[in-house]
Design a protein around this ligand. Structure first.
Ligand code: FDA
Length: 396
């Protein structure tokens, strides 16, 4: 029987990082692949990532860089498609990149370079990409699926869901993947915004207002997860890598602990300083170790105006505690509007860790951010998108 044009081996919903990687992989296996996306352009999040330069992988990525209710699930795919594998792909396309922070690889020029690698690979692999196409329904039919779209009804043997998470709805993010999973009787774990700035209660927000725009290296922690990176005070609250990282571990009502001088033995420093230079002030001490504006405003906020000799041991201990364990209770986060990722999602216990296929429905696959695997900041999320995309592309 002749195969109609609306019959595909593989249909992938979502032309983002994971979907495009999967499409090229399956296409190279000789599969007839169609990628559908309701947005007007593919890979929009790739283009906006890494400040427009896409932190496309992290050479030091390990399973410990991922959050999941089923932490072992990601190990297999990450092991079989490594950061080095993606670097080799990028090298083959002549993309120039640089290591901006240990392990974090960014394009030297533009994130467009990474999107072009993926689109070129899809073209070479013969995978078709159809944008501006919305999917209104999916049904199992025989051993495959029928996909109703704004461009007509299509059929496929394997269906791959790569619709991402809920973050940045203005970029085309939807809960479609979760709804589809539920339709097929699968469990979706509660979702929440991750890698997202914190908002503050009005009083603290007002107190910190003079610090807006200032960043300093800190050790931020929540639930014993420590991140030693920089913190940025903004007009809305607290951001910067340290805050984004710790936000993925934060739940409403939790406190954050911030060591403002992680490189110092603060209490010892202050006792020594009081002995050697009794007239010196906290402002002088802070000026040595923090950005000037931050030192000044934080000192004013705390009202530490007297010479050190006037502080008792107990006072010094308290000051050291305030600096080393500044404890704040955020009002919330900025939510999906600005979050880089969505935590939670499809419960991975229902998927094969080798192929990303649903255990009970071997022709249905979920990859990328829609599943409950979320990386730390620093290129880990794209590495998961590549690795899970390849895993499914080798099977679908
Ligand atoms: P992704 O969101 O990329 O793609 C999903 C696709 O599905 C989209 O094209 C969407 O239009 C489509 N879609 C959704 N619903 C649909 C529907 N109903 N019908 C049809 N199509 C539908 N990570 C990292 O490692 N390094 C970095 O530098 C950054 N930087 C960064 C910056 C910002 C601002 C954000 C928001 C995110 C990042 N990330 C990141 C995270 C990274 O972008 C993210 O983890 C991956 O893009 C996830 O890839 P997916 O393919 O799973 O989803």
């Amino acid at each position: 029987m002749a195969v109609s044009t609306s019959q595909y081996d593989v249909i992938i919903i979502g032309a983002g990082a994971a979907g495009l990687m999967c499409a090229a992989t399956a296409g190279y296996r000789g599969r007839k692949v169609l990628v559908l996306d309701h947005a007007n352009k593919p890979g929009k999040k790739i283009l906006m990532s890494g400040g427009g330069r896409c932190n496309f992988t992290n050479l030091n990525s390990t399973p410990a860089n991922f959050l999941s209710d089923n932490p072992h699930y990601c190990i297999s795919a990450l092991k079989r498609y490594t950061p080095q594998d993606f670097v080799e792909l990028v090298d083959r396309h002549g993309v120039e990149y640089e290591e901006k922070a240990p392990g974090q690889l960014f394009c030297k020029d533009s994130a467009k370079d990474i999107l072009n690698v993926l689109l070129t690979e899809c073209e070479w692999a013969g995978a078709e990409i159809r944008m501006n196409t919305s999917v209104s329904g999916v049904q199992a039919s025989g051993s495959g699926y029928t996909v109703k779209t704004s461009a007509g009804t299509l059929k496929c043997q394997s269906l791959v869901v790569a619709t991402g998470g809920l973050s940045i709805p203005t970029m085309g993010a939807t809960g479609f993947g979760y709804e589809l999973a539920k339709q097929f009787g699968l469990t979706v774990l509660p979702t929440r915004a991750g890698l997202v700035p914190f908002t503050l209660h009005p009083e603290l927000k007002q107190q910190l207002a003079p610090l807006a725009g200032v960043s300093c290296p800190v050790d931020a922690s929540c639930h014993k997860q420590h991140f030693r990176e920089s913190m940025l005070v903004t007009h809305r609250g607290l951001s910067g890598p340290a805050m984004l990282q710790v936000s993925s571990y934060w739940q409403p009502g939790d406190e954050l602990h911030i060591n403002l001088l992680p490189a110092q033995a603060i209490q010892d420093d202050l006792f020594t300083l009081r002995k050697q230079k009794p007239q010196s002030t906290m402002a002088q001490y802070l000026n040595q170790h923090l950005p000037k504006r931050f030192a000044q405003a934080f000192n004013e906020l705390q009202g530490w105006s007297r010479p050190l000799q006037e502080y008792r041991n107990q006072d010094i201990e308290q000051i050291a505690d305030t600096l080393g364990n500044w404890t704040i209770k955020p009002a919330g986060t900025e939510g999906y509007r600005t979050a880089e990722v969505t935590l939670g999602g499809l419960d991975t216990r229902q998927l094969s860790s080798k192929t990303m296929a649903v255990l009970e429905q071997p022709n249905l696959f979920f990859i990328g951010e829609v599943v409950d695997v979320t990386g730390h900041l620093g290129g880990h999320n794209f590495q998961w998108a590549w690795a899970s995309g390849v895993a499914a592309g080798n099977e679908a």
